[in-house]
Design a protein around this ligand. Sequence first.
Ligand code: UDP
Length: 413
Amino acid sequence: MNGLLQRYAGVVGDDVIEHLLSLAKGLAGLRVVHVNSTRVGGGVAEILNKMVPFMQELGLAATWEVITGDETFFACTKTFHNALQGFAVMPTAGQLRSYERTNANNAERLRSVLADAEIVVIHDPQPAPLLGFVPERRGLWIWRCHIDLSRPHRPVWKYLLPHVVGYDASIFSLADFARRLPHPCYLIPPSIDPLAEKNIELEASEITDVRRRFNLDPDRFLVTQVSRFDRFKDPLGVIQAYRLVKSYVPGLQLVLAGGEATDDPEGAVVLEEVLAAAERDPDVRILLLPADAHRTINALQRASDLILQKSTREGFGLTVTEGLWKGKPVIGGNVGGIRLQVHDHQTGFLVDTPEGAALRMRYLLSHREIRERMGRTARLFVQENFLLTRHLLEYLALFHGLRKGQDDRIEVA
Ligand code: UDP
């Protein structure tokens, strides 16, 4: 076992790493190509950044390709994203032409890699049409959809369907997100990397420094939500819940940490509303952090007594996983992947309203032992279910299964 694997073994145990190595043995040298549409920003890039080097470490010939496109292409795929999550919007005919042309051009550029690969994993709708432009492909192609497809805008799904039916398999994060397709569909939830800056253990002094930097009092309660300023993350509901609790828990502090203002006009509007709602309360901190402030977010989560993620719509909710991993109970919206992670009285509480969130906050803040017990359960729950190593085990098992799918018996080691 080399240095990197040993570091992971230190977190997840030798047996998990041994298991990974034994699954990887039969896949040595396997040419796996992941394809998505961005190298930075967003959960998919975050996961691939860790997963691809880990697969290489395990002996697979894994690579990661990124398709390139212009503004019209990304306007089209952003509309897809909104439509697939339920909005009644449709790209223009020109945008759809750009979508197909961009994929044709990328297929040309990546032709030899895609045709020769033994496994191709295409992430999300942006590169989905590549399959149709590589008829000479030799490998198995998997469509890995990270989006909630439970209630798509029909015309958009009807348009996309022909681009995904030809895949050999699909992967979704949750059963609720999947659609019926004419090939095997697998469920593999995302994961966090315990050795990433966002999640590694920190010295107490670093947490103290971050408290000082943002003028947070260590002797008073602190609750935190880390999220883009997006309506579906319900930051106004968080402030409302905080206000309801404040009269019972004087001195309570709230941190809402999000990204710096972006060109997303909707984000700027939500941020304005949040700033207005928090006005004149010195115990509410609205933090606009740079995209690489991973250690700061890590320290803020660790400095908190509990974590909030009061979304009204959510994909998986990596911020929930991050909070649980730091041994904090999470009070989360009763939606999407949060339901997979937050279990009432075990790892936190699911809530539907600001009043519900306030009730659970009051309860947890006034019961230290329960908070600590739930925090311990939370960490263990992530350790067993949502770390990168589990994610890799499932990918490797899937590769074995797909390659030997026709055999009666699959020997992996
Ligand atoms: N995040 C960040 N800075 C921010 C806001 C969020 O680094 O200002 C990170 C957060 O820690 C998490 C990811 O971005 O790792 C958000 O993933 P999640 O699944 O929670 O929500 P999404 O933004 O994908 O809807």
